[in-house]
Design a protein around this ligand. Structure first.
Ligand SMILES: [Zn+2]
Length: 406
C-alpha cells in the first residue's frame, strides 16, 4: 500500500513537472488500487495471467506430431536400403531430422518384410508415432511366351528373393474375372492347356514373399497379351498360324492344287545353286502330286507291303503334303540318301531357304511318318528357322496331332 502510494506520489509529482497524460494514467492506476484487498486480487490476477501466458507460449511451440504431415513410402527390395525415406512437414515447412525429430527403426533390415519405425519429435515439437512399412519383393515381368492351338505358355524372369509368384489370366483386357494361379519360387513358367480355339488371353504377374504367414506382394507387371495359334478353315483347307497344314489329321479337298508353289520353287533353286557352289547336286524328284497321283502312289505301297506299313511311308489321298505344292522330295526316296553329303547339307542348310525336314528321325509317333531325310516342306524363312530353332516337329510346334480318324 505504501509502495503504491509512493508510485502515485511520484506520478503526481511527474505530472506537475511535465505532461497531463501521465497524470491521467496515474489517476486510473489509483482508482484500480483503492484498497489492500483489491491490490492482493490484482497481484494474483497478474501472476495468473503471466503463468497463463507462459502456458500459451509453450503449447504453441510444442507442436504435436499429429499436426505434422508424415510421408513414408514403402520401397522395393534392393538388398541395401533398410529404412524408407521419411519426410515430415508442418504447414508446408519441411522439418529437419535430429533437430525436429528422430527416427528409430525396430529390427530394421534390408530384407523383404514388414517393419516399424518410431518417429520421436524433439525441439519445438512433441509426440511420437509408429509407422509401419514394408520392403516389397521386386516386380516380375514376363519374358517370353509360346502358344499352340490349345495351349499358351508364359515365362518370366526368376526373382532370387521370392517365395512364389501369382499369375492372373483372363480373356478380358481389364483382367476382370481373372483366374489366379500361384507358382512356387522354383517355377518360371505357366502352361495353360485345353484352351478354346482362337482364344486370346491377358496375363499379369507379381512376386510374393511370406512373412509371418502373411504374403507380401510386389506390384503387378504390365499386362501381357497372347493368343493361341489360330486355326482357320477356308474352302476345306486348314491353315494354322498362317500355314497350310496337311497330315493324317488334316486333309485337303480332292481338287486342291495344280502345281508347285512358285515361291517354294524359287527358294529351292536358290538353295540348289548354293549347294552346287559347294559341289553338291540337289534336285527335285517329286514335287506336286495331285489327289489322283497320290491315290496311285498310296495304293502301290498298300499292294507292296500292306496298309499298315504303307501308312508309315505314304499318305492317303488328300493327306499328302505334296498336294500343297509346298513339299519336295530331294534326290531320292530311299534310305540310301540319308548318308550322302547332300542329305547332310540339306539338313543343315534348308532352314535358311525356308524349308524344314518335315519328318525327322525318331518322331514317327508325332508326325505319323517314318524318318524321311529327303522330304522338305516350304514354310518361308521366318517360320522354318523358328521351328528349326525350337527343335520341334510341326505337330509339336503347333500342338496338333497327326492321326487318321479310323
Ligand atoms: Zn515326300
Amino acid at each position: 500500500m505504501k509502495r503504491i502510494i509512493s508510485v502515485l506520489t511520484a506520478a503526481a509529482a511527474l505530472c506537475c513537472l511535465c505532461s497531463c497524460n501521465t497524470v491521467k494514467e496515474a489517476d486510473s492506476f489509483v482508482m484500480n488500487t483503492g484498497s489492500s484487498d483489491n491490490l492482493d486480487l490484482q497481484t494474483k490476477a497478474v501472476k495468473h495471467n503471466v503463468k497463463a501466458e507462459k502456458n500459451e507460449v509453450s503449447e504453441k511451440e510444442k507442436i504435436s506430431i499429429f499436426d505434422c504431415k508424415i510421408n513414408a513410402e514403402s520401397f522395393m527390395y534392393d538388398g541395401v536400403k533398410e529404412v524408407p525415406d521419411v519426410t515430415i512437414s508442418y504447414k508446408n515447412k519441411k522439418l529437419t531430422e535430429k533437430q525436429d525429430y528422430i527416427i528409430s527403426a525396430e529390427n530394421s533390415s534390408a530384407e523383404i518384410g514388414n517393419y516399424k519405425l518410431t518417429i520421436s519429435m524433439t525441439g519445438d515439437y512433441e509426440g511420437t508415432q509408429k509407422l509401419e512399412y514394408s520392403i516389397y519383393p521386386q516386380n516380375t515381368e514376363f519374358t517370353s511366351y509360346s502358344s499352340k492351338v490349345n495351349e499358351i505358355t508364359v515365362r518370366w524372369e526368376e526373382q532370387k528373393k521370392a517365395d512364389g509368384y501369382e499369375i492372373e489370366y483372363s480373356v478380358n483386357k481389364d483382367l476382370s474375372d481373372a483366374v489366379s494361379v500361384e507358382k512356387g519360387s522354383n517355377n518360371t513358367s505357366l502352361e495353360l492347356k485345353d484352351l478354346p480355339q482362337n482364344s486370346i488371353y491377358y496375363f499379369r504377374i507379381r512376386t510374393f514373399i511370406k512373412n509371418n504367414g502373411k504374403k507380401i506382394f510386389s506390384d503387378w507387371s504390365e499386362p501381357f497379351k497372347t493368343a493361341v495359334k489360330k486355326i482357320e478353315i477356308k474352302d476345306g483347307v486348314t491353315y494354322i498360324d498362317g500355314m497350310i497344314i496337311v497330315n493324317k489329321t488334316y486333309s485337303l479337298p480332292r481338287d486342291f492344287g495344280s502345281g508347285e508353289d512358285p515361291q517354294a520353287l524359287e527358294a529351292f533353286y536358290q538353295m540348289q545353286n548354293d549347294a552346287a557352289a559347294d559341289g553338291l547336286s540337289l534336285y527335285i524328284i517329286s514335287g506336286f502330286r495331285s489327289y489322283n497321283t497320290q491315290s496311285f502312289t498310296y495304293n502301290y505301297f498298300c499292294n507292296d507291303r500292306g496298309k499298315e506299313q504303307a501308312d508309315r511311308v505314304s499318305a492317303r489321298p488328300g493327306h499328302s503334303e505334296h498336294q500343297t505344292g509346298l513339299a519336295f522330295d530331294i534326290n531320292s526316296t530311299s534310305y540310301a540318301f540319308t548318308d550322302t553329303p547332300e542329305a547332310k547339307w540339306l539338313a543343315e542348310n534348308c532352314n535358311r531357304y525356308g524349308f524344314i525336314l518335315r519328318y525327322p528321325e525318331g518322331k514317327e509317333d508325332i508326325t505319323g511318318y517314318a524318318y524321311e531325310s529327303w522330304h522338305i516342306r516350304f514354310l518361308g524363312t521366318e517360320k522354318a528357322q523358328e521351328i528349326a530353332k525350337s527343335g520341334l516337329t510341326v505337330e509339336e510346334y503347333l500342338g496338333i496331332t497327326s492321326k487318321y480318324d479310323e
